[in-house]
Design a protein around this ligand. Structure first.
Ligand SMILES: Nc1ncnc2c1ncn2[C@@H]1O[C@H](COP(=O)(O)OP(=O)(O)OP(=O)(O)O)[C@@H](O)[C@H]1O
Length: 227
């Protein structure tokens, strides 16, 4: 039986923003992601993609429902434990890279590993392996400002995978790039995900990119459906 890396059951989430009332964003969302599976999350703007990713990544709590990461129920876990699981098991990639501007590409991938207790040498070896997979190793000593947008985003993918998470959550990871660069950078992301055996939930508006993933889920009117 395949291992379930992420399981959401009956997730409800509403934002209360006064008059004219609350926005009920998620209305009983169920989702399972198996180990090694890459799932596209497709939704119109404002449908709740970021809300769903934040709940799956333990950055936000649902109003009700269950969240399990690698079989471990998280909804009643203490904050410190949720933080530990999030740091250890989940990698995040956003539309904008959020790299540290004063550090090189290599250091941006090394630093999260040092913070996690990995010795510097091992951290540098892993960082170089990851940068090599996505084709930016020749730029390892450049700071983000000296990298192209596509290179910056590829470094951000490596940083998200630096601590060998079980699950990658990505919110429009190529949304900031022109179509041609987006295509190449997405291919680099897929190579990285496949080579590391990672599971991923990747939000995108781009149906061509969604078609290259294992599975497509549409989020509309608070419900998820298989496309
Ligand atoms: N903190 C908040 N308070 C009130 N309403 C919120 C809050 N965060 C999000 N919303 C509302 O909830 C809905 C879903 O927001 P969310 O950011 O999850 O959508 P999204 O699908 O990621 O959108 P986009 O693709 O445009 O980024 C939107 O209508 C948004 O205005």
């Amino acid at each position: 039986m395949s291992e379930t890396v992420l399981k959401l059951s009956g997730i409800e989430k509403a934002y209360k923003r006064g008059l004219p009332g609350e926005v009920h964003v998620l209305r009983g969302v169920d989702l399972e992601i198996a180990r090694g599976e890459v799932t596209a999350l497709v939704a119109p703007s404002g449908a709740g993609k970021s809300t769903l990713l934040h709940i799956a990544g333990l950055l936000d709590q649902p109003d009700s429902g269950r969240v399990e990461i690698a079989g471990e129920p998280m909804q009643d876990a203490a904050d410190r434990h949720r933080t530990r699981v999030r740091r250890g098991a989940v990698g995040f990639v956003y539309q904008f890279h959020h790299l540290l501007p004063e550090f090189t590409a290599l250091e941006n991938v090394v630093l999260p590993q040092l913070a996690d207790g990995t010795p510097r040498r091992a951290a540098e070896t892993r960082a170089k392996e990851l940068l090599d997979i996505v084709g930016v190793l020749p730029r390892a000593d450049h700071r983000p400002a000296a990298l192209s947008g596509g290179e910056q985003q590829r470094v951000a993918f490596c940083r998200a995978m630096a601590n060998t998470p079980k699950l990658l959550l990505a919110d429009e990871p190529t949304g900031n790039l022109d179509p041609e660069t987006s295509d190449r950078v997405f291919a680099a992301l897929m190579t990285l995900v496949r080579e590391t055996g990672l599971s991923a939930l990747i939000a995108t508006h781009n149906l061509e990119l969604a078609a290259r993933m294992d599975r497509r889920l549409h989020l509309e009117t608070g419900h998820l459906r298989e496309a």
